[in-house]
Design a binder for this molecule. Structure first.
Ligand SMILES: O=C(O)C1=C[C@@H](OP(=O)(O)O)[C@@H](O)[C@H](O)C1
Ligand SMILES: C=C(OP(=O)(O)O)C(=O)O
Length: 430
């Protein structure tokens, strides 16, 4: 439980946003599949990425982690060996689904579990195509929920049309496809984050992308390493302080080295459309992932409509966007975001519940929410429900709420942003 004092008087200062969670996971996974040494700088030492390290260590890979520095001593796919222990993915959907793709290609048996939240998240979206490729997968409710067991090997390529825009689904199939006979391709309704494609190319794999977004690769390609990966700051973590800077009057904050992969920057477009003041400096675009420093200043905001192809580019930012909308004049409508229901919590329900407790005018819809602003929020007792992004939304809300806010289950924030409260305090101090 955390007690948070209300009404901050302007956030000031500069912080270095911790490493991107999606890219950190992939650096360990792909480094483990590659032959050679991979060194990773600015790795995110959050609970989810530590679960990935623990799982690949159990599969026989030597991995050294010291804070945000990681070294992976990959021995190729053959270096991944059957584990006598169960692989525990903790709270991490990315670890579960991408690992299911990797394990499906290996001639070994694996059992995968996670926490209470993972046990409720649908795995059939990967189980079904991976079975089509030849993997033998079992689990609760016909392979939809953990515990999941996989007997991999002997895969054939698949041309998969995914019903959801999901980088976890796309990545699981491509990672299985790397170990399959022939070509594997994935198309999806809207383009999801493309960190897998970018990093596989950095490891020497040829990944093609057709017009219309269909991604394909030929099986049997080897990942070669001796790579040094510099992980940019996580825009999904930066989002909490971008919004804090926009809504706490009198703020001016700079966030350093924030990843600007165009499949992730929906939040920046929404901030701009709502009237936020943003400026960019030190833009670096010559590596596999672009990044820059972003400065945000508080300003008057207005409501907007958010839906369609921008949704996958800001899906994890919806909770904090909803909070921002409570501080914008007019109505904000968020639609086409049903995927929120299958995250760490049902984020339509948890966002609406918690923002209502603070006094917001918000209602849930089938595929999103409608928020009316501008409303003065008041302190109350909030719960993260074990969902890191709901916890951080509540903590940022406390900065504009009148009176004290109590946040229950605040430790969930360690999943993606262990230094969150330290950063919030430093910006409050100015
Ligand atoms: O591939 C990834 O690293 C992720 C993909 C997204 O999930 P979906 O693939 O389920 O949309 C996102 O919500 C998650 O935080 C990380
Ligand atoms: C949905 C998230 O992650 P994952 O799916 O990896 O649990 C998230 O970080 O918001």
């Amino acid at each position: 439980m955390k007690k948070l004092t209300g009404t901050a008087s302007g956030l000031k200062g500069t912080i270095q946003i911790p490493g991107d969670k999606s890219i950190s996971h992939r650096s360990v996974m792909f480094g483990s599949m590659a032959k050679g040494k991979t060194t990773v700088e600015n790795f995110l030492p959050g609970d989810d990425c530590l679960s990935t390290i623990s799982c690949f260590s159990k599969l026989g890979v030597k991995i050294e982690q010291n804070g945000s520095n990681v070294t992976v001593y990959g021995n190729g796919l053959k270096g991944l060996r059957e584990s006598s222990e169960i692989l525990d993915v903790g709270n991490s959907g990315t670890t579960a689904r991408l690992m299911m793709g990797i394990l499906s290609g290996l001639p070994i048996h694996s059992v995968l579990i996670g926490d209470e939240s993972i046990a409720k998240r649908p795995m059939k979206r990967v189980t079904v195509p991976l079975r089509d490729m030849g993997a033998r997968i079992q689990g609760n409710q016909d392979g939809n929920f953990t515990p999941i067991s996989i007997q991999g090997g002997g895969l054939r390529g698949l041309d998969y049309v995914s019903p959801v825009a999901s980088a976890q689904v796309k990545s699981a199939i491509l990672l299985a496809g790397l170990q399959a006979e022939g070509v594997t391709s994935v198309s999806e309704p809207f383009k999801s984050r493309d960190h897998t494609e970018r990093m596989l190319r950095a490891f020497g794999v040829e990944v093609k992308e057709e017009e219309g977004g269909k991604v394909s690769l030929v099986g049997g390609q080897k990942l070669v390493s001796d790579l040094h990966i510099v992980v940019p700051g996580d825009i999904s973590s930066a989002a909490f302080f971008l919004v804090a800077g926009a809504i706490v009057p009198g703020s001016r904050i700079t966030l350093e080295r924030v990843g600007l992969n165009p499949t992730r920057t929906g939040i920046l477009e929404v901030l701009k459309n709502m009237g936020a003041s943003l400026s960019y400096s030190n833009v670096i675009e010559d590596g596999p992932e672009p990044y820059a420093d972003i400065t945000v200043e508080s300003s008057d905001l207005k409501g907007v409509e958010i839906g369609g192809d921008i949704i996958p580019r800001l899906i994890d930012e919806v909770p904090i966007i909803a909070l921002m909308a409570t501080q914008a004049e007019g109505t904000t409508v968020i639609k086409d975001a049903e995927e929120l229901k299958v995250k760490e919590t049902n984020r339509i329900d948890t966002v609406v519940n918690e923002l209502k407790k603070l006094g917001a005018d918000i209602e849930a819809t089938e595929d999103g929410m409608i928020i009316k602003g501008k409303i003065r929020l008041h302190g109350c007792t909030l719960d993260s429900y074990g969902d890191h992004r709901i916890g951080m939304m509540g903590a940022v809300a406390s900065l504009i709420a009148e009176g004290e806010t109590v946040l229950q289950n605040d430790k969930a924030i360690n999943v993606s942003y262990p230094s969150f409260f330290e950063h919030m305090e430093s910006l409050r101090r100015g």
